[in-house]
Design a protein around this ligand. Sequence first.
Ligand code: UD1
Ligand code: UDP
Length: 369
Amino acid sequence: MREEAPQIVIILGTRPEIIKLSPVIRACQEHNIPFSVLHTGQHYSDGLDSVFFDQLELPVPDLNLQVGSASHGQQTGEMLEGIEEYLMDRQPDTVLVQGDTNSVLAGAIATSKLDADLGHVEAGLRSFDREMPEETNRVVSDHVSDYLFAPTEQSKEYLLQEGRPEEDIYVTGNTVVDALYRNRELAREKSDILSELDLLDEEYFLMTAHRAENVDNQTRFSDLLAGVSKAAAEHGVSVIYPIHPRAQNRIEEFEIDVPDRIQLTEPQEYLDFLRLEADASLILTDSGGVQEEACVLRVPCVTLRDNTERPETVDVGANLLSGTDTESIQEKSQTMLSRPTEWENPFGDGKAADRILEIVTAKQQQVTR
Ligand code: UD1
Ligand code: UDP
């Protein structure tokens, strides 16, 4: 890469962004590309935030805006103000954001009004469900970005259908694979989570559910828990559920009785979670990143949603959508457990981060020449 590299600002704010941008941060370090990290503070609990910086050996962010939790408007507004101030002071050439959270939306809008180029990592994902706040965040971010780093040909196709220029779209693979490839052996060597949870000789299902449309709705959340529990009972296994604070809060607020078969744990560190994923018989989730990881690890997945912005996982046979209906969860679990797991990984070769930085630095060289 070039000697006089551009200055990059990497904006992140939540657990999945820390994980999926960790390969980009590492690639900047390895190629001596000047960069800084701006943390919005959207996630702040240790188990969603600092454990990942420690475990992935990431540098402490240059600045943490500490916006914390609030309504969408307040949270995004506070981020916008803080990000704009930081970028005006820092004057980067390029800003990178990843995914579909409010931190991404704020980073994208703030950058688009300034001189810096904006790169959206994981561009072009679409659930076509505008009820999801994440869908708004994706669409808006994609339409103000200068570089669209699409993980797959499918996501490129969606961007083209929306009229985004082909010359701005780069199919790079998903950085989730880079992070997974780098850490899965470490997880096998270092994580003791299976013995800690008494799972060494046990078959088990792993579940996560945190998405607002599921856990903020008492009926959907209760149905979902009942469905997962019944599916596990049919197979005589227990379920491990590392619970996101949003979901934990709703269980308390709605006074939901979690079925005995479901064992709640704190959110897991990355290596422990990878280990739990890799050894599970079945993963049931409404998480985006977990659908991808299950697919790459060749663990069958049932997605507790009516749609997915990761259709590649369904197309290759790694995933089925169950929604939150109890019978549908049981039925889809049964189907996935009886399928062979020889599907192809559609999310790339684990070199997405290097590709992204090559593209950014090459374009910057053209500009400065
Ligand atoms: C956010 C993203 C979602 C992503 C998820 C990753 C948006 C709109 N949503 O959802 O797309 O899948 O992150 O995990 O950006 N809380 C804590 N500690 C924290 C953070 C949150 O206890 O560190 C609790 C608070 O009660 C808060 C609630 O979780 O009100 C929701 O947090 P918020 O950042 O609004 O959204 P997430 O559900 O985390
Ligand atoms: N993850 C983790 N510990 C957990 C649950 C998830 O390390 O207890 C990781 C998981 O490996 C994946 C990411 O968090 O890389 C997914 O984040 P999340 O489900 O919060 O968000 P989403 O992907 O749905 O936006």
